[in-house]
Structures are given as C-alpha cells and as structure tokens.
Write a protein that binds this ligand. Structure first.
Ligand SMILES: [Zn+2]
Length: 115
C-alpha cells in the first residue's frame, strides 16, 4: 500500500512483538495447533490492531477539525454536545464523539469532520 519502506520495516519489528502474544505453535497441553487455529489467532490480533489504529485516527481527525463555520452560509456555528458515532467495520466496531455545531441563520446542525 502507501507505506514507505522505512515504515514497513517498523511494522515488521512490531510484528515480532505481536508474535509473543500469538503464543507459538502449541496448545498449553502440548498438542500442536492446526494451521487454521494459528491463522485465527493471527487474524484476531490483526483485527484488534486495525480497530485500535482506526479508533485513534478517527479521534485525532476530529480533534484536528479546523473550522466551525457553517458549510452553507459560512457563519460561525454554535457548539453542540458531541454526537456519539459508531461504525461497524470489517474489523469490529469503531466509536468516537463527533464535534457538532448549529447555525442559527440556516437553522441547521452540521459536522465539520464529515466534509
Ligand atoms: Zn449557515
């Protein structure tokens, strides 16, 4: 994908760390794990990593929203309580609180991070 070679190398280093969590090729009682069992463990870890990354990125995106101006008239909106959002992704639920504003002139609420 779009990752630089340096970033890909960093991810591979982190995979070595995650390998400690995956727990090897044997069950606690000494039986060997099947390929499907090992794959499922790796998928579970990968899903948790993807979900955690996405959750943090979405929260950061909302914090970086530059403008509270109404998209219709450009006037500055009044801050409303954050709108809780929840999306079901292929890697589990991702939730965050989305900044919301209201424009008195246009009588509408708006969400700068959705633009
Ligand atoms: Zn407006």
């Amino acid at each position: 994908m779009g990752l630089s070679a340096k970033k890909r190398e960093h991810v591979r280093e982190l995979v070595s760390e995650l390998q400690k969590i995956a727990g090897g090729c044997l069950h606690p009682d000494g039986r060997p794990k099947t390929f499907a069992e090992m794959e499922n463990e790796c998928i579970e870890i990968g899903d948790l990593v993807t979900n955690g990354l996405l959750t943090e990125q979405v929260a950061k995106r909302d914090a970086d929203v530059p403008s509270s101006c109404c998209p219709t008239c450009g006037r500055v909106g009044k801050r409303l309580p954050d709108e809780p959002r929840l999306i079901e992704t292929d890697r589990g639920e991702v939730g965050w609180n989305e900044p919301a504003y209201y424009c008195d002139h246009c009588r509408r609420s708006f969400f700068p991070s959705r633009r």
